[in-house]
Ligand binder design. Structure first.
Ligand code: NDP
Length: 224
């Protein structure tokens, strides 16, 4: 089957869409013709990243700074995006955090740092979108969650016990070469060891994850 994803006329919100897997998703969503609203936490270059996407693909792409774990900020921001950029057709809940630390050293702050964006932050975005869709009687909205293989298989010997339970569903990338795994870029031996556990014998790139998300957002993934 030959198919061409067309997201023209939609506005897609991509949380963490300014770098890593999220950036690849933003680019491919824009390439498919949708306007993109990127939500980022603190990266100073996010507005410039959005501007480049706008120029490259001829769509409206804008970066909005907000913490996905701040429910009120996200509710207000979704309304702003809806009126500034256009009716939201889909949301990609991609923003996430993971840092390695011995589980015996974890504090409540470490718990909040993981569960805030990875679980609560996913809920706040899904809720904000659903509220808008209900208010505007929009029935075709899509929400895509970026999970992880760590949601089902705890990585052997890794110290990320708070990360595993925050990842529960849908797109489940294995290792992807982004800033989150900068240690893999720097350490060839570790990279080869990790790759040997992967069926393709290599670590994937963000764009390889993004294509699946774009498909989920399209009418080809319709369940009506
Ligand atoms: P990166 O660390 O490269 O980027 C994280 C992104 O999330 C950044 O854009 C960051 O914004 C944003 N972000 C983090 N916390 C918040 C917050 N509280 N509010 C708003 N934005 C936030 O991550 P990856 O691209 O590697 O990962 C993306 C998703 O894929 C994550 O959910 C991750 O768990 C999942 N994943 C990643 C894998 C991998 O190997 N990389 C494997 C499996 C799943 P800012 O730039 O402003 O900091």
């Amino acid at each position: 089957m030959v198919w061409q994803v067309d997201l023209k006329g939609k506005t897609i919100v991509v949380t963490g869409g300014n770098r890593g897997i999220g950036l690849a998703i933003s680019e491919q969503v824009a390439q498919a013709g949708a306007h993109v609203a990127i939500i980022y936490r603190s990266s100073k270059d996010a507005p410039e990243v959005a501007k480049k996407i706008s120029e490259k693909y001829g769509v409206h792409c804008e970066a909005y700074q907000a913490n996905v774990a701040d429910q009120q900020a996200i509710t207000d921001l979704f309304k702003k995006i809806y009126f500034d950029v256009g009716p939201i057709g889909g949301v990609v809940c991609n923003a996430g955090i993971n840092y390695k630390k011995d589980a015996l050293e974890y504090t409540k702050e470490d718990f909040d740092n993981h569960f805030g964006p990875n679980v609560w932050g996913v809920f706040t975005c899904a809720q904000a979108a659903q509220r808008l869709w209900k208010e505007h009687d929009y029935k075709n909205g899509r929400i895509v969650f970026v999970s992880s293989v760590s949601g089902t298989i705890a990585n052997k010997g890794e110290v990320q016990a708070f990360y595993n339970p925050t990842k529960v569903n849908v797109l489940s990338p294995g290792y992807v070469l982004t800033d989150m795994n900068s240690n893999l870029r720097d350490d060839k031996g570790l990279r080869e060891k990790v790759a040997s556990d992967v069926m393709l014998n290599r670590i994937s790139e963000p764009y390889e994850q993004a294509g699946t998300v774009v498909f989920f957002l399209s009418d080809y993934a319709s369940c009506e």
